[in-house]
Design a protein around this ligand. Structure first.
Ligand code: SF4
Ligand code: FES
Length: 248
């Protein structure tokens, strides 16, 4: 396949960026999107040009680093896949593909297609954990009964990989799907109950502090989420927040 890539180039956070056109030839439909960018970068390096900076790590849909906005969609046109799992067969020979970074005030561009998502880390640090007594008297987790329904819902919430596609696809740059998933994965389990009121209040406070917008129930986040995190997690987070504010 021969393609025209229109890629956002930006030297650093201080400079203005712009779209630059790059043609690429002989792209196999079996390549992943990131492999296609590798080919472009090899071409740029060979010609003495600066390669396009983009985030990646596991390349198997687990780490959440590959954050690209492709033809106006977070992680591109496929559903339930990350950019690293997106294959070039989803495009046609001769296509023009626009590639941009995830955009949100809370995700400033560092360089080209790389954005700073440390806001998510700070939200996680604010409460996305449980404290466990490791004195030797700890109860074996397997001896605590949990209903199948709750275990499944907690596991579904825990599949959030923190990629930020929910924020990038939301017109308000809301992080509520991400935070809802992180709150839910503990709120549904007995191990998460002790810190539950503090967790939700602290994580939501940090989310607001980072400058993410509010949820207006558009649902774009759920559609673009590569892990199929449900909007139900936002509703659960809101219920947890109300419960916590009544208690405190
Ligand atoms: S909720 Fe989905 S889109 Fe948002 S960070 Fe988690 S995995 Fe990514
Ligand atoms: S590179 Fe890890 S999820 Fe894509």
């Amino acid at each position: 396949m021969n393609l025209i890539l229109q890629i956002w180039r930006q030297e650093n956070a201080q400079t203005k960026g712009k779209i630059i056109e790059y043609p690429v030839q002989d792209i196999s439909p079996d390549m992943s999107f990131l492999e296609m960018l590798d080919i472009l970068n090899r071409q740029l390096i060979t010609n003495g040009d600066i390669p396009v900076a983009f985030d990646h790590d596991c390349r198997e849909g687990i780490c959440g680093s590959c954050s690209l906005y492709i033809n106006g969609e977070a992680h591109g046109p496929d559903r339930r896949v990350t950019t690293c799992q997106l294959h070039m067969r989803k495009f046609k020979d001769g296509d023009t593909i626009f590639i941009e970074p995830f955009r949100a005030d809370a995700f400033p561009v560092i360089k080209d297609l790389v954005v700073d998502r440390s806001a998510f880390d700070r939200i996680q640090h604010a409460g996305g954990f449980i404290s466990v007594n490791t004195s030797g008297n700890t109860q074996d987790g397997n001896s605590i009964p949990i209903s199948k329904h709750d275990a499944d819902e907690a596991m579904d919430a825990a599949t959030c990989i923190g990629c930020g596609a929910c924020v990038a696809s939301c017109k308000n740059s809301s992080a509520m799907l991400f935070v809802g998933a992180k709150v839910s994965q503990y709120a549904l389990l007995p191990q998460g109950q002790i810190e539950a009121p503090d967790r939700v209040q602290n994580m939501v406070a940090q989310m607001d502090l980072e400058g993410f917008g509010n949820c207006t129930n558009t649902g774009a986040c759920e559609v673009e989420c590569p892990k199929g995190i449900s909007l139900e997690n936002i509703a659960r987070m809101n219920r947890e927040l109300i419960k916590a504010s009544i208690k405190s």
